[in-house]
Ligand binder design. Structure first.
Ligand code: C5P
Length: 219
């Protein structure tokens, strides 16, 4: 079974997808982490985020690996665990430029489809239901208001010792949504057959329960 969870930035996709995968014992794949890792690769090598050939060369000459772990997924770049580094503000605020590159998307979509080939999987991202796994049995489009998403991000940041004002986070989230939904290739949009869930006023458990109910109705 394939479960696709798409939606805008900080809507809680990864949190929900991880829990659903754990409950069902499915493989979990966070596709945002892949675009983030390519962005980190560019940063580490001083290659501009818009330098298409430079980024493609880097992708061809470095090893990116994704490991399923007890609590989700780890990302290894040339053997080094970069799961935390890819969540930095610098990467978050520039990943949309890298993810808009057609050739980057083609390579990563191929990796994502290969991962989903012969296993039950929960995959979260922006274009899973529309492009990567268009035949997924379950498609969820998870949304929440910008205000709620910024507040959630703010709390996460405080726990990680990052002190960015709430208003800045709201602006950053809105800017990333705009870029992700207005790019030419596979923009963020709800698949026609996806179920839209607004988590603004729902707890994590309520969203998990709702998604589980939808999954069970497809078994
Ligand atoms: O989900 P997350 O916020 O980690 O994704 C980071 C970025 O990666 C998104 O803002 C988007 O630019 C890109 N992305 C994408 N397609 C996906 C997943 C993520 O373009 N399937």
């Amino acid at each position: 079974m394939q479960i696709a969870i798409d939606g805008p930035a900080s809507a809680g996709k990864s949190t929900i997808a991880k829990l659903i995968a754990k409950n069902l014992k499915f493989v979990y794949c966070d596709t945002g982490a892949m675009y983030r890792t390519v962005t980190l690769l560019a940063k580490n090598n001083n290659v501009g985020y818009g330098n298409v050939s430079g980024i493609l060369n880097l992708m061809n000459s470095h090893e990116i690996k994704f490991l399923n772990t007890e609590n989700g997924q780890d990302v290894l770049l040339d053997g080094k665990n970069v799961s935390d580094e890819i969540r930095s503000e610098e990467i978050t605020n520039n990943v949309s430029q890298v993810s808009a590159i057609k050739e980057v998307r083609e390579k990563l979509v191929e990796m994502q489809r290969n991962l989903a080939n012969d296993t039950d999987i929960v995959m979260d991202g922006r274009d899973i239901g529309t492009t990567v796994l268009p035949k997924a049995e379950v498609k969820i489009f998870l949304i929440a208001s910008v205000k709620v998403r910024a507040e959630r991000r703010y709390k996460e940041n405080v726990e990680r010792g990052i002190d960015t004002p709430l208003k800045t986070l709201e602006d950053e989230i809105a800017a990333r949504d705009y870029k992700d939904s207005h790019r030419e290739i596979s923009p963020l949009r709800k698949a026609d057959d996806a179920v839209e869930l607004d988590s603004s006023d729902m707890s994590i458990q309520e969203v998990v329960d709702k998604v589980t109910e939808i999954v069970n109705s497809h078994k």
